[in-house]
Design a binder for this molecule. Structure first.
Ligand SMILES: Cc1cc2nc3c(=O)[nH]c(=O)nc-3n(C[C@H](O)[C@H](O)[C@H](O)COP(=O)(O)OP(=O)(O)OC[C@H]3O[C@@H](n4cnc5c(N)ncnc54)[C@H](O)[C@@H]3O)c2cc1C
Length: 458
């Protein structure tokens, strides 16, 4: 932490840029942690700065770069990798930058600032019959800038792709305080390197995303889910592959394994499906297409050996997705805490990954529960811990390390959605290899030569 006099000097200078109400010191505690708070992760910072415009962000970065102050950008603070947990310097929050700069429903595009909450964006475009497909959980809290910075996915990334697929233009502030733009309200642009791609998923380590142009699509007339229950993960994973070969493009393929279903099944709309491995899929399109697709997916589940099938309609559909969104907090509630990871593997290695994740938990004397985006091979495994049980916490950390090794051995990755952040830094080299790592370092140096953007991450 910096000395009081020095902190006072920075406070004054930054308040001159963003206004007195936009600077907080000492940094309020809610700006020092994110979705990893349950793991005990808390950072430290001298000041929280809340700019209200891109020009203010540029001036703040200019001040920080001239004074060697680290900057941790913070969106909604829902991240699961500790990316927004500061390691000193300032926290730059984007919550005051939530304007819609332009919305052209007839051209299927919108220009928004980084601080707009994801759910607000989704509601706004839905009002015009459009859809922004990326649907990470915690959409009421997360912000579009955080989604872009983590290249967030969600269930429907299976059919529609992750956030990157929807960003056509980006505005960001890069050191030493310069505004850079790439792309725009155009659907194609291959001039130069893919700067949008570099900044998307860069977790605040290359620049501060201040605004984005997003591509939208007309919302499907209907989206009809089907859930099938299988005797175990082998049969369930075979069903996932059967769905992909069914001739329909499912909008999503999700799963909930047996221990997780035992914990959360009671809230399943219409009653618990019973013990087993749940596969949840959906068909969308025009009303006729969705019905035909749903029937084909139901048939595929049946042929794959489902012991029970449900196809909710009307209000039951919303209830089903509300139940799906509740899995993470309800699993946490089982023991009071969990260490959750989001490794991803090729879809044909999913059964091995799930078996291995459970075995790892067993070896460490921990309950393991998994669910997630099966069609993307993205498994969210949680090792349950009681808060304050240091022994259990340590064993769960060791179990997560083994899970990363397992995913890499299976040709997968240590993170399919949540990012590297603070938590998975030590595994990045293993995933990238020497040449990939050299390029990563070179890119970081090109954007941030002093290494002040989100230090200790990525
Ligand atoms: C219950 C729950 C369910 C979730 N489900 C999913 C899911 O299905 N799929 C998924 O992908 N994720 C999921 N997440 C993780 C999280 O919601 C997403 O990663 C989300 O997009 C993060 O957005 P945020 O605004 O909260 O970012 P933050 O947590 O504030 O920040 C995340 C990272 O992005 C950086 N950052 C934030 N804003 C900016 C910006 N404007 N410019 C540059 N860098 C920035 C931060 O420095 C940090 O490194 C879930 C989280 C929770 C709590």
């Amino acid at each position: 932490m910096m000395a009081g006099v020095e902190a006072g000097r920075h406070h004054q200078a930054l308040a001159a840029i963003v206004g007195a109400a936009g600077v907080r010191s000492p940094a309020p505690r809610e700006y020092l942690s994110d979705g990893t708070a349950g793991r005990g992760l808390e950072g430290w910072a001298d000041l929280v700065v809340l700019p209200g415009s891109t020009d203010e962000v540029a001036a703040v970065v200019d001040h920080c770069y001239a004074n060697d102050l680290a900057i941790t950008t913070r969106g909604g603070g829902t991240g699961f990798a500790g990316g927004a947990v500061p390691q000193g310097g300032i926290v730059l929050g984007t919550e005051r930058m939530a304007r819609v700069r332009a919305f052209d429903p007839l051209l299927w595009r919108i220009h928004v600032e980084a601080g707009l909450p994801t759910a607000e964006l989704q509601r706004l475009v839905r009002g015009s019959g459009l859809r922004f497909p990326p649907d990470p959980g915690a959409a009421e809290q997360s912000q579009i800038g955080g989604n872009v910075a983590t290249n967030a996915g969600g269930p429907h990334a299976f059919k529609y792709g992750t956030t990157r697929a929807w960003v056509t233009g980006i505005e960001a502030v890069i050191p030493p305080g310069e505004v850079v733009t790439a792309g725009g309200p155009l659907r194609k642009d291959v001039a130069g390197y893919d700067l949008i791609g570099l900044l998307t998923g860069s977790e605040g380590t290359l620049g501060i995303v201040t605004a984005v142009w997003l591509r939208l699509i007309p919302a499907a007339e209907a989206a009809l889910p089907v859930a099938g229950l299988f005797p175990g993960s082998e049969a369930g994973c075979a069903a996932v592959e059967a769905l992909m070969g069914s001739g329909v493009v499912p909008a999503c393929i999700e799963y909930v394994d047996e221990p997780a279903l035992a914990a959360v099944g009671r809230g399943f709309p219409g009653g618990a499906p019973g013990p087993g491995f749940l596969v949840l899929t959906e068909a969308d399109g025009s009303a006729a297409e969705a019905v035909a697709g749903r029937d084909a997916l139901r048939e595929a589940l049946d042929e794959a050996g489902a012991t029970w099938i449900a196809a909710p309609e009307g209000d039951g559909i919303r209830a089903l997705w509300t139940w799906r969104d509740s899995i993470s907090p309800r699993v946490t509630a089982v023991r009071g805490g969990k260490l959750a990871e989001d490794v991803a593997v090729p879809v044909d290695r999913l059964a091995e990954a799930l078996r291995g994740a459970t075995e790892i938990g067993g070896r460490h004397g921990l309950e393991a529960m998994s669910w997630g985006h099966a069609g993307d091979g993205n498994i969210h495994t949680s090792y349950l811990v009681a808060p304050g049980d240091i022994g259990q916490q340590g064993r769960a950390e060791a179990a997560c390390e083994e899970l990363f090794d397992l995913a890499l051995r299976l040709g997968g990755t240590v993170t399919g959605e949540h990012g590297i952040g603070l938590l998975k830094r030590s595994h990045l080299a293993q995933r990238l290899g020497p040449a990939g790592q050299r390029l990563n370092f070179a890119i970081k140096r090109a954007f941030d030569p002093k290494g002040l953007l989100n230090p200790g991450k990525g």
